[in-house]
Design a protein. Structure first.
Lengths: 344, 282
C-alpha cells in the first residue's frame, strides 16, 4: 500500500490520477504502441487492405470480448462462450440444411436456443450459489459433446455444409457476412456489428441504471442487494447477453463459410477473457470497461496478423499474448489498490 | 409533541431465549437517543426490531403515535425509518454519485432511450453532501478512496435524501479512529439540526455523551434505565454501563500484577472518572 501516497499539496495531480485509473487507459496505450510498432515495420500492415485484414479477426473476437467483459464486471465467468459460437452455428446449419427451413427462420431458432442456454447458465448459477466458473465449465463440456454427437448422428460427418443452397441465404449473408470495399480494402461487415455492439455496451454500462447495477453486483453483491438492486435479474440478463453475442458470432461464421465444423469455437473462451482482462476487467468483478475489451480485441487482431506480415513464426504470437496478459493483470492490480485505498 | 418513534415495553424471544424484554424508549424530531450497552446487551435485537428485520412479540412499537408491526426493512423505509449498518451498503470501486443513487437511479428520456440523469445525480449528490458538511472533491471518485468516517457520512446523507425521518446508526464509530469518529459525530449533530430523529447505537459512552439527548442503557436484554442529558454525567454513564462494581474489582485484581498492571489500573480509574470528551460538537 505504499505505492500511492496521497499528498494533500499535490492534489492537482488527483484528476490526472483519476484519468489514469480509468480501466481502458492501459489497453489504449497498448493498442497505440502495438499499432505503431507493426505499422513502422510493415507497409502492408498500414495499407487499407492490411487494416481490413487485421480488423476481421479483431471483430469476431471483439463482439465476444465486449459481452464477456460485461459479464465479468457483473462478477461472473462464462466458459461456454467459445463452444456456443459453434453450437449456435450448428443449430442454424442443421435446421436450414436438414429441415430445409428458410435461413432467417433457422437463425431465429438458433437465437431462441442461445437465449435458453444463457437463461439456464444464469439460473443455475444464481439458484445454486456455486461459482459460475464450475457451472459454465459443465455446460461447456456438455455442449462440446452435443455439438459433435448430434452433428455426427444427423449428418454422419463432423461437418455441416450446403447452407448456400437454402432459401434466404443471400439476404442473410448480406446482413451478417458481406464485404464492403473502401479505399481498396475489403472490410467485413462484422466490423460494423462489432463497432455497434461496443457503442451499445458502453452506453448501457455508463449511461443506464442497468449499467449501474452491473457494476454493483460485481463490486459488492450484498451492498447491491441492500440498496434494492435486482441482483438475480441483472446477472441472468448478463448471461443471456453473452449467449446472444455468441449467437451473433456463430451466425456470422456459418454465413461466411456456408458450412460449419462441429468443433468450432472450442478453446476461444479463454481468449475472450484474456481480451477483457487486457481491456481492464478485474477477475474479481466490479471493475472494467466495454471500450477496453474492444481495445483488447483490437490488440489481439493486430498482433495475430502483424506477426504474419513480418514473416515471424506464429509461435511468437502466443508468447506475446501471454506477456500482454501479465502486464495487464499487474496494471489492473495496481489500479484496484489505488481505488480501494482509503485516504486518511 | 408526538415522538417520531416510540417503543413501550418491547420484547423479543427466540424460542425459549429471551433476547430483549420490557425495553422502552422514544426519539423525537431533532433529538438524538443513544442506546448503550456491552456486547450481548440486546442492542442488535433492538435495532433489528426498529428497522423491520425482526417482528417484536411483546410490547408496543409506535411510529408517529400509531402502533405498527413491521414485516420488512422496506416497510420501515417507507415509513421513514432508515438504518445505516456498520458494514455499509456501498460498493468501494464505484464513484460516490453512483453509490449515492444505487438502486434508485434518477432517469430521463423514455422507451429505449431511458437513461441515467447523470448531471442531476452528480449535482444532488454534491449538494446533499455539502448540506451534511462533507466536501467531496469530486463525486466521480470511488467510494473506496474515502475515509471510513466519510463513507459513513455518505451513507447517512443518502438515507436523509431518500426521505428518512428517523436514522438508526448501528455502531457507526466503533471501527474508526478517534479523529474519524469525530467526523461521524459531527454528522450526527448535523442530522439532528436538520430535524431528524437519530438513534445512535454504541458501546462507547464518550462518543454518546457529547451528541445524545437521551440515553438508554441495555444490559442482558433488559433496560437498565433511561436518562435525560441533565440527569446523568459521562462518568456515571460509564459506570452504569460497565457496572461500577465490576470495574473496581478489575482494578483490585490488576493491582496484584506489578508495574504494567498499575498503569492499566490507572487507565481503568481514569475511564471511570469524568473525562473531557475528545470530540467536541462543532
Amino acid at each position: 500500500m505504499t505505492l500511492v501516497k496521497e499528498n494533500p499539496a499535490a492534489s492537482a495531480s488527483g484528476r490526472a490520477r483519476l484519468l489514469l485509473a480509468r480501466p481502458e487507459t492501459g489497453a489504449l496505450v497498448g493498442a497505440l504502441v502495438v499499432f505503431a510498432f507493426f505499422a513502422a515495420l510493415s507497409e502492408v500492415f498500414r495499407s487499407p487492405a492490411g487494416i481490413a485484414n487485421w480488423l476481421d479477426p479483431a471483430a469476431t473476437l471483439g463482439i465476444m470480448a465486449v459481452a464477456v467483459a460485461m459479464l465479468m464486471i457483473g462478477g461472473e465467468f462464462d466458459l461456454s462462450t467459445g463452444v456456443m459460437t459453434g453450437s449456435t452455428a450448428i443449430v442454424t446449419g442443421l435446421v436450414a440444411t436438414l429441415l430445409g427451413w428458410n435461413v432467417w427462420l433457422a437463425i431465429g431458432v438458433s437465437l431462441v436456443f442461445a437465449v435458453a442456454v444463457g437463461l439456464l447458465n444464469g439460473y443455475l448459477v444464481m439458484r445454486t450459489g456455486l461459482p459460475s466458473f464450475i457451472i459454465t465449465l459443465g455446460s461447456f463440456l456438455m455442449l462440446q459433446g452435443l455439438n459433435l454427437g448430434v452433428t455426427k448422428l444427423l449428418t454422419g460427418t463432423v461437418l455441416i455444409r450446403g447452407l448456400a443452397d437454402v432459401p434466404g441465404y443471400h439476404s442473410a449473408s448480406m446482413v451478417f457476412a458481406s464485404t464492403v470495399s473502401l479505399f481498396g480494402g475489403a472490410f467485413r461487415v462484422s466490423v460494423l456489428w462489432w463497432a455497434a455492439l461496443t457503442v451499445l455496451a458502453v452506453y448501457v454500462l455508463r449511461r443506464t441504471a442497468f449499467g449501474n447495477w452491473v457494476y454493483s453486483v460485481g463490486g459488492d453483491v450484498r451492498a447491491a442487494r441492500n440498496a434494492g438492486v435486482p441482483v438475480v435479474r441483472t446477472k441472468i440478463t448478463l448471461f443471456v447477453a453473452t449467449a446472444v453475442a455468441a449467437w451473433l458470432v456463430g451466425t456470422i461464421t456459418i454465413l461466411r463459410l456456408t458450412s460449419i465444423q462441429a468443433n468450432t469455437g472450442i478453446g476461444q473462451e479463454l481468449i475472450y477473457i484474456v481480451a477483457a482482462v487486457i481491456g481492464g476487467c478485474l477477475l474479481t468483478g466490479g471493475y472494467g470497461s466495454a471500450a477496453g475489451a474492444t481495445l483488447g480485441a483490437l490488440i489481439f487482431g493486430m498482433v495475430s496478423q502483424g506477426i504474419v506480415y513480418l514473416g515471424w513464426d506464429a509461435d511468437w504470437f502466443k508468447f506475446f499474448l501471454g506477456a500482454m496478459l501479465l502486464l495487464a493483470v499487474l496494471t489492473n492490480q495496481f489500479v484496484r489498490r489505488y481505488a480501494e485505498e482509503a485516504r486518511r | 409533541m408526538t415522538p417520531l418513534l416510540e417503543v413501550r415495553g418491547i420484547g423479543k424471544r427466540f424460542g425459549s431465549v429471551v433476547a430483549l424484554a420490557d425495553v422502552s424508549t422514544r426519539v423525537s424530531a431533532g433529538t438524538v437517543t443513544c442506546v448503550l450497552g456491552d456486547n450481548g446487551a440486546g442492542k442488535s435485537t433492538l435495532i433489528k426490531i426498529l428497522s423491520g428485520a425482526h417482528r417484536h412479540d411483546g410490547g408496543e412499537y409506535l411510529i408517529d403515535g400509531s402502533p405498527v408491526r413491521l414485516g420488512s426493512p422496506r416497510e420501515a423505509l417507507d415509513l421513514g425509518i432508515a438504518t445505516v449498518y456498520q458494514d455499509l451498503a456501498m460498493v468501494p470501486l464505484m464513484p460516490v454519485w453512483r453509490n449515492f443513487f444505487l438502486g434508485s437511479e434518477p432517469r430521463k428520456g423514455w422507451g429505449p432511450l431511458r437513461r441515467l440523469d447523470i448531471a442531476r445525480a452528480k449535482e444532488i449528490t454534491r449538494r446533499e453532501l455539502l448540506d451534511m458538511g462533507i466536501d467531496i472533491r469530486d463525486p466521480e471518485q470511488p467510494v473506496g478512496t474515502l475515509s471510513g468516517g466519510e463513507r459513513q457520512s455518505v451513507a447517512i446523507a443518502r438515507a436523509v435524501h431518500f426521505g428518512a425521518r428517523v436514522l438508526i446508526l448501528d455502531e457507526p464509530t466503533s471501527a474508526l479512529g478517534v479523529k474519524q469518529a469525530g467526523v461521524v459525530l459531527r454528522y450526527i449533530v448535523r442530522a439532528r439540526q436538520r430535524g431528524l430523529g437519530v438513534i445512535f447505537i454504541t458501546h462507547n459512552p464518550h462518543h454518546a455523551y457529547p451528541v445524545g439527548d437521551r440515553f438508554l442503557l441495555l444490559k442482558r436484554g433488559r433496560g437498565l434505565g433511561e436518562y435525560g442529558r441533565d440527569d446523568i454525567g459521562v462518568a456515571e454513564l460509564t459506570r452504569l454501563m460497565a457496572g461500577g462494581a465490576e470495574l473496581e474489582q478489575l482494578g483490585h485484581e490488576l493491582a496484584g500484577y506489578g508495574d504494567a498492571a498499575e498503569r492499566l489500573e490507572e487507565e481503568v480509574t481514569a475511564l471511570a472518572a469524568p473525562v473531557e470528551s475528545e470530540d467536541e460538537q462543532p
